[in-house]
Design a protein around this ligand. Structure first.
Ligand code: NDP
Ligand SMILES: O=C(O)C1=N[C@H](C(=O)O)C[C@H](O)C1
Length: 270
């Protein structure tokens, strides 16, 4: 089979550059285009040079439409508004769209389901094997423990991160809620300040820390009377997410149009 041609959108960002490095390392794919927004200081620069893998002969452009028309897939770690636009273009081009973007408002990602009638979309708040395995463990633990165990999700990220709670924290919260067979939206507590009153039984709490260069750390705490279970994942390298995204694109290459998760890619739903 010929190499999968991948467009990296948001290519000059932290994840964009990590994705270009990951594609360079993984067999079966190559970067065919690199996209940044109109007016970006990076337009015209070689994306291989920016990512530190040497000249690739691929200059950063703002012409996503032409790039998608000549590609097999898109790697997208940008922002929700941008990812919605890219999903429409990916659907028009009938290609693979891997979405790692987080920070979605409630229901903001619904248009992606329409796009998935034509595109093969893989979307996840975390593309690493470790976190997706952790989510499966969290679901099991929540199934096994009754509501006497209070569930709290704690996360820490670098100081540049713009959204909270992280996509991963929400994914883990969803896993816990699924395990308990309750809707997360009706039980999540995303912040506490002042006289909050005692904790309500059955709530799933989120706590957010930001600072320095932390790549991504998540703990799910099950706090009972006299005992506490803590399940933790620590990402030490952004390449972890980038490699997962490339793996997802290659996996989706021969799949039917549809909406897939990283758990599908990793076979954790089998
Ligand atoms: N699912 C996962 O495994 C992971 C997800 N993420 C998520 O990925 C996203 C990006 O993170 P990160 O790389 O750190 O952020 P950065 O800000 O470093 O990169 C985002 C890039 O996307 C660009 N961008 C934004 N809007 C557009 C647009 N309309 N057209 C073209 N380019 C655009 C930005 O350009 P500009 O600066 O001009 O806005 C920037 O270059 C976040 O939502 C983050 O939470 C991160 C790591 C792992
Ligand atoms: O913004 C980041 O950096 C990360 N974002 C994702 C998230 O919101 O969970 C994944 C990872 O933790 C890094």
């Amino acid at each position: 089979m010929s190499e999968m041609r991948l467009v990296v959108v948001g290519a000059a960002g932290r994840m964009g550059r990590a994705l270009v490095r990951a594609v360079a390392e993984i067999e079966g794919a190559r970067v065919c285009a690199a996209i940044e927004r109109s007016g970006s200081e990076f337009l015209g620069q070689d994306i291989g040079e920016l990512a530190g893998v040497g000249t690739l002969g691929v200059a950063v452009t703002d012409d996503a439409l032409s790039a998608f028309a000549a590609a097999d897939g898109v790697l997208d770690f940008t922002a929700p508004v941008a990812s919605l636009e890219f999903a429409e273009l990916a659907a028009q081009a009938r290609i693979v769209h891997v979405i790692g973007t987080t920070g979605w408002a409630e229901d903001e990602d619904k248009p992606l389901f329409a796009a998935a009638r034509h595109a093969r979309i893989v979307k996840s708040g975390n593309m690493s094997l470790g976190v997706n395995l952790l989510a499966a463990l969290v679901k099991k633990a929540a199934q096994a423990l009754d509501a006497d165990f209070d569930i709290e999700v704690l996360e820490m990220h670098h100081k540049h991160k713009v959204d909270a709670p992280s996509g991963t924290a929400l994914l883990l919260g969803e896993a816990a809620a699924e395990g308990r067979q309750i809707p997360l939206a009706e039980h999540s507590v995303r912040s506490r300040d002042g006289i909050t009153g005692a904790r309500k039984s059955g709530d799933i709490g989120f706590a957010t820390l930001r600072g320095g260069s932390v790549i991504g750390e998540h703990s799910v705490i099950f706090a009972g009377e006299g005992e506490r279970i803590e399940l933790t994942h620590r990402a030490e390298d952004r390449q972890l997410f980038a490699k997962g995204a490339v793996k997802a694109a290659l996996w989706a290459f021969d799949k039917k149009p549809g909406f897939y998760s990283m758990a599908d890619v990793l076979g954790l739903n089998d």
